[in-house]
Design a protein around this ligand. Structure first.
Ligand code: MHF
Ligand SMILES: O=c1ccn([C@H]2C[C@H](O)[C@@H](COP(=O)(O)O)O2)c(=O)[nH]1
Length: 283
């Protein structure tokens, strides 16, 4: 939790103002942040200085792992984060590739599960990783990437947390996740939960122990309309100790994740938090 608050403070102390054309807003910005999560000791990095909606964050990652490309599918599992980008983003609404209401296009999970190959077939990156990890194999290329520049014009948003690399040492699984752009008040709240969850669930279905997760962020920013709430409200609060995340031990395979898992299979214990803060969201 401290590392999150330190990053927020660093942006306020050292950040530079950058105009963002896409949203029409200015962002206070720093380059490069390295965060680390102790999954081995179940130190769940849930923000405690405001109420954080961890279930929606897990649902979003679950939707990516299932290859969802539609905001309605995300809503059905308890996540509304794609409603705005699928349906209120002017550029996307005018994009001929958009297939209608709620379509997100070829983003995240589509690339992760159905990467289009030149011969017309598709590649399932996640299945290959799950199969390898189950056999204890790390070929130094256990990489799940959602980043497909050739298809950016076919999706509503370029992926932000775009690449996840899994590594095995002995009987322990590690994860390194890369993020090109980070809305620290809103997005990072979710992304921290997702990196932690991704390592914990992949370790569980591989029969490996979870180790540490490393989260590498390039452009970390606070939008101008979020700054006052961050500086004068959230950063004035004292954090509480980390809660822990518990996953139904019956989840044993990628197939389980794809077929029957719901948010009821996840529980957070010991979550103490300060009251909610509503940060503005930029589409
Ligand atoms: N500007 C921007 N920031 C983001 O963080 C972001 C995007 N755009 N576009 C794509 C996804 C969508 N994400 C989102 C979208 C909404 C919330 C949000 O509104 N969170 C609220 C409440 C969530 C809830 O009630 O479940 C929050 O207070 O955290 C968070 C992340 C993360 N990403
Ligand atoms: O998982 C996510 C997804 C998105 N974001 C934020 C980062 C930026 O503020 C916007 C994306 O805008 P770009 O112009 O494409 O960089 O969404 C996030 O923090 N986490």
């Amino acid at each position: 939790m401290r590392q999150y608050l330190d990053l927020c403070q660093r942006i306020i102390d050292e950040g530079e103002w950058v105009e963002n054309e896409r949203t029409g807003k200015r962002c206070l910005t720093v380059i490069n942040a390295d965060l680390e999560y102790d999954v081995a000791n179940n130190q769940f990095p849930l923000i405690t200085t405001r109420k954080s909606y961890w279930k929606a964050a897990i649902a979003e990652m679950l939707g990516y792992l299932r290859g969802y490309d539609n905001a309605a599918d995300f809503r059905a599992i308890g996540c509304r984060t794609w409603d705005a980008n699928a349906n209120d983003n002017k550029d996307w609404l005018n994009n001929p590739h958009r297939k209608g209401e709620d379509d997100m296009g070829r983003v995240y999970g589509v690339q992760g599960r159905r990467w289009q190959k030149p011969d017309g077939s598709t590649l399932d990156q996640l299945q290959k990783i799950a199969d390898d990890l189950k056999r204890g194999i790390d070929d130094r290329g256990e990489i799940l990437t959602f980043y497909n520049p050739g298809e950016f014009d076919m999706g509503c948003l370029r992926p932000c947390m775009h690449t996840h690399t899994f590594s095995v040492l002995g009987d322990t699984l590690y994860l390194t996740s890369y993020q090109r752009s980070c809305d620290v008040p809103l997005g990072l709240n979710f992304n921290q939960v997702q990196v932690f969850f991704l390592l914990k669930i992949m370790a569980q279905i591989s029969g490996l122990k979870p180790g540490k997760a490393y989260h590498k962020i390039v452009n970390a920013h606070i939008y101008e309309d979020q700054l006052q709430l961050m500086r004068d409200v959230q950063l004035k609060r004292e954090p509480y100790p980390s809660p822990s995340l518990h996953i139904n031990p019956e989840i044993k395979s990628l197939k389980d994740l794809e077929t029957w898992v719901t948010l009821d299979d996840f529980e957070v214990k010991g979550y103490q938090y300060h009251e909610a803060i509503k940060y503005p969201f930029s589409v």
